[in-house]
Design a protein around this ligand. Structure first.
Ligand code: UDP
Ligand code: MG
Length: 306
């Protein structure tokens, strides 16, 4: 039995030594053959040279280096593609996914009818209040709007059987939202909980804008509700406008009401324009997703592999 570990790394020179040391301890404890796949996502620091050193020292440590930063989703996809183990797990390099949890995961996946064991954070201790609130709102919306539910607090950290990994690989869409894809492919998933951990060193690679984009990707790729909302409310607007036109014409013809009060006029105009822009934005988001998908660009480009 081989267990493949996929570790997306973006500027993690300080975290990798700590990560490797702690994970090696887990390996010795588990007595399972490990196959490390570090995916260097176009780091600008010494990440790659450190990975090269590890690769020289241990024959079970492999790395893959991208030609530029393609994002964690692309790194995870590349890792799943190159992994060969019967079981595969994805971990962050910053030790926010404690490797010790793997022990419990391996135990659980040995059970019958379990294809995947996913880690779940019990709390969000140490996270900024606004970030927590934003995440909560996102999971709420996602679960209300999409038929592919995503459990709050769930991470990309999970242990999967080969069969599930192959199913995920069969989904080749370029705008990837893995948390949705994991659920979409089905299979039975068990959860293990652990308290939130701070990253060991360096800082998060997520800017506020990245988070918004990530949430958008999740919603747009797994829900048609925004599009339906736009269509129906557009229809409602048109019907209301027709009604208003009839009323206004009758009023003008029979009661000779002179037009007064441009305030109401301006308010209506502003509302209509605002609404149109919002509508165009939502539709545009879907079109851009289609556009990217149609181009069939590769999800990542490899510069080096060993
Ligand atoms: N990561 C990556 N490419 C990126 C951003 C992040 O491969 O463009 C990796 C990063 O090195 C880490 C993991 O993805 O191993 C999670 O990133 P981070 O800790 O910044 O995210 P957070 O834990 O704050 O959600
Ligand atoms: Mg992290």
């Amino acid at each position: 039995m081989i267990l493949s570990l996929i570790i997306p790394c973006y500027n993690e020179e300080k975290s990798i030594p700590l990560f490797f040391e702690r994970t090696e301890r887990v390996r010795l404890q588990l007595k399972v053959d490990f196959e490390y796949w570090f995916i260097d996502d176009g780091s600008q620091d010494q990440t790659l040279s450190y990975l090269k050193r590890l690769n020289k020292q241990h024959e079970y440590v492999h790395y893959l280096s991208f030609s530029r930063n393609f994002g964690k989703e692309a790194a995870m996809f590349a890792g799943l593609q190159v992994s060969t183990g019967d079981f595969v797990t994805i971990l962050d390099a910053d030790l926010q996914d404690p490797p010790e949890v793997l022990i419990e995961m391996v135990e659980k996946i040995g059970l019958e009818n379990v294809d995947c064991v996913a880690a779940r954070r019990m709390n969000r201790v140490g996270e900024a209040y606004l970030t927590s609130l934003g995440s909560k709102a996102f999971y709420f919306l996602m679960n209300k709007m999409s038929r592919t539910p995503v459990v709050d607090g769930v991470r990309d950290f999970r242990l999967m059987r080969r069969q599930m990994v192959d199913s995920i690989l069969s989904l080749t869409e370029s705008s990837r939202f893995s948390k949705g894809l994991f659920t979409w492919v089905g299979f039975s998933t068990e959860y293990v909980s652990y308290p939130n951990e701070q990253r060991v060193s360096g800082s998060t690679k997520w800017k506020f804008g990245n988070k918004i984009r990530y949430a958008m990707d999740g919603l747009i790729n797994f829900s048609e509700i925004p599009l339906n909302f736009v269509t129906y409310s557009g229809l409602l607007m048109v019907l209301m406008t027709i009604l208003a036109i009839i009323v206004l014409v009758i009023r003008q013809l029979f009661f000779h009401h002179s037009v007064s009060g441009w305030t109401s006029m301006v308010v209506i105009l502003l509302f209509c324009f605002g609404f149109t822009w919002l509508t165009l934005g939502v539709i545009g988001k879907y079109i851009s997703t289609v556009f990217l998908e149609v181009k069939k660009r590769p999800i990542y480009i490899i510069k080096e592999k060993k």
